[in-house]
Design a protein around this ligand. Structure first.
Ligand code: NAD
Ligand code: MG
Length: 399
C-alpha cells in the first residue's frame, strides 16, 4: 500500500471558523498523516477559497448557494479541481461520504445538527466540537454512534480532558465507570471576562467586551456563551450525554487560569486531571490522532510562569444560566433543546445590540417556562421543538 492510502481522509464541517482553522493548522503540522477531503463554510468565500488552494480538497461546500457560485468560479479560474456543492444536502453528502474516515464537526449552533448526525450514522470517527448538536439530539446521536460502529472523540477541551482521564473503554458507560471506581467528574470553567463584575455592571456589557475572553480565542457565539456561562450549562448536558453520567455526578468549578481542563474523581481519593495551555490545537490533535499522539504546535506548559492555580465555587446567582443548564440536564424531556434554541436567538439579539447582556438568561427562562415540554425521539420532533423555542425567544427578545 502506498503512503497516500494510509492517510486519514478528513472532512471539516465549519472549516472557516475558529475550530476549523485550528484543525487545518494541526493538519498542516502533520501533513504526511492526513488528507483534507472536504471543507465547508456558511458563506465566507475568500477564506474557503484560500483554504481550498492550500489543502486541495476533493469537495468544498457552502451553505449559501450564491456564495457557492462565487467560490466555484474563483476556484475554476485558479485551476482548482475541487468540486463545489451547496446547501444542507451538500453538507450531509460530504459528512457521510464513503471515502471520509474522520469528520470534524465544527459548525456553530443547531445548524450543525444534520451533518453531525449523518457522520454518526455513517460510522465515521466523529471529532465533536459542535456541542449544540449533542445537546439537541444526544440520545439519537449516541444511538447512531453505537449502531454504525462510529467513534466519537470530544473536542470541547473539558470533555476531551475527561475522556483522557476516564478508564479506557468505559468512556460512554456510567455503570462501567462506576465499576472502575469513578465517583464524579468536575468541569472547570474560567468564569469568562465578567467573573468579578457586579450585576449592575453586567447590564451594561457590550458585545465587544463579551467577545474578549481572558484565556481562549473563539468564535463570537461561544465567546458570549462563556461570558454568560451558558457555555458551561451546555457542557454539563454534553458531559451527561457523552459519558452517560447523571447530572448529579457532575460538578462545575471556577478555575480562572484555564490550565486544568477538567478532572475525574475516583473512589479511593485519586483525582485525575488533564492540564495544558488553553489552546484548542491540543484537543484537536488528540482527537485526530487518537489513540496515538501527534504534534499540535502548542507551546509546552510552563507552570513556573503561571505561578498559581486558583479555584472558587460557581455562583448560580451571578450566573443564572448555570442553574438553567443544571435544571435542563436533570430533565428527561425537551428542555435542553429549548434552552439551546432560546439561547441562540438571545445571543444573536445581543450581538445585534437588540437586547442587553443580562436579558439573555431572562429570555431563556421565559421560553423554558412558556413552552410545553415533551419527550422527543426523532429528528423531526427535535426540529419542531427547536423551531417553537426560536419563535418564542424572538417574540420575547423584541418585547
Ligand atoms: P465560529 O463561529 O468561529 O465558526 C463556525 C463555523 O461554522 C464557520 O466555518 C461557519 O462558516 C460555519 N457555519 C456557521 N453557521 C453555519 C450554518 N448555518 N450552516 C453551515 N455552516 C455554518 O465557531 P467556533 O468558535 O469555531 O465554534 C464551532 C463549534 O465548536 C461550536 O459549536 C462551539 O461551541 C464549539 N467549540 C468551540 C471552541 C473554540 O475554542 N472556538 C471550543 C469548544 C467548543
Ligand atoms: Mg469547553
Amino acid at each position: 500500500m502506498s503512503s497516500e492510502e494510509h492517510k486519514q481522509k478528513v472532512c471539516i464541517l465549519g472549516s472557516t471558523g475558529s475550530i476549523g482553522v485550528n484543525t487545518l493548522n494541526v493538519i498542516k503540522v502533520n501533513a504526511e498523516q492526513y488528507d483534507v477531503f472536504a471543507l465547508t463554510a456558511k458563506s465566507q468565500v475568500d477564506l474557503l477559497f484560500q483554504q481550498c488552494m492550500e489543502f486541495q480538497p476533493a469537495y468544498a461546500v457552502m451553505l449559501d448557494s450564491t456564495a457557492a457560485k462565487e467560490l466555484k468560479s474563483k476556484l475554476s479560474n485558479a485551476g482548482s479541481s475541487a468540486e463545489v456543492l451547496d446547501g444542507i444536502e451538500g453538507l450531509n453528502f460530504v459528512a457521510g461520504h464513503e471515502q471520509v474516515d474522520c469528520v470534524m464537526a465544527a459548525i456553530v449552533g443547531g445548524a450543525g445538527l444534520l451533518p453531525t448526525l449523518r457522520a454518526a450514522q455513517t460510522g465515521k470517527k466523529v471529532l465533536l466540537a459542535n456541542k449544540e448538536a449533542l445537546v439537541m439530539a444526544g440520545k439519537l446521536f449516541m444511538q447512531f454512534i453505537e449502531q454504525s460502529g462510529a467513534q466519537v472523540i470530544p473536542i470541547d477541551s473539558e470533555h476531551n480532558a475527561i475522556f483522557q482521564c476516564l478508564p479506557i473503554n468505559s468512556q460512554a458507560q456510567f455503570t462501567k465507570q462506576q465499576g472502575q471506581g469513578v465517583n464524579k467528574i468536575v468541569l472547570t470553567a474560567s468564569g469568562g471576562p465578567f467573573l468579578n463584575n457586579t450585576l449592575a455592571e453586567l447590564a451594561q456589557v457590550t458585545p465587544e467586551q463579551a467577545c474578549k475572553h481572558p484565556n481562549w480565542s473563539m468564535g463570537p457565539k461561544i465567546s458570549v456563551d462563556s461570558a454568560t456561562m451558558l457555555n458551561k450549562a451546555l457542557e454539563l448536558i454534553e458531559a451527561s450525554i457523552l459519558f452517560d453520567l447523571p447530572a448529579e455526578h457532575i460538578d462545575v468549578l471556577i478555575h480562572p487560569q484555564s490550565v486544568i481542563h477538567s478532572m475525574v474523581y475516583y473512589l479511593d481519593g485519586s483525582v485525575l486531571a488533564q492540564l495544558g495551555n488553553p489552546d484548542m490545537r491540543t484537543p484537536i490533535a488528540h482527537g485526530l490522532a487518537w489513540p496515538d499522539r501527534i504534534e499540535s504546535g502548542v507551546e509546552e506548559l510552563n507552570l513556573c510562569d503561571i505561578g498559581q492555580l486558583n479555584f472558587q465555587a460557581a455562583d448560580e446567582e451571578h450566573f443564572p444560566c448555570l442553574r438553567l443548564g443544571r435544571e435542563s440536564a436533570l430533565s428527561n424531556d425537551s428542555a435542553p433543546i429549548i434552552l439551546n434554541a432560546a439561547n441562540e436567538v438571545a445571543v444573536a439579539a445581543f450581538l445585534q445590540r437588540e437586547v442587553s447582556f443580562t436579558q439573555i438568561p431572562v429570555i431563556i427562562e421565559k421560553v423554558l417556562n412558556k413552552q410545553e415540554r415533551r419527550v422527543v425521539n426523532s429528528i423531526e420532533e427535535i426540529l419542531e421543538e427547536d423551531n417553537k423555542a426560536r419563535s418564542l425567544a424572538k417574540k420575547f427578545a423584541s418585547e
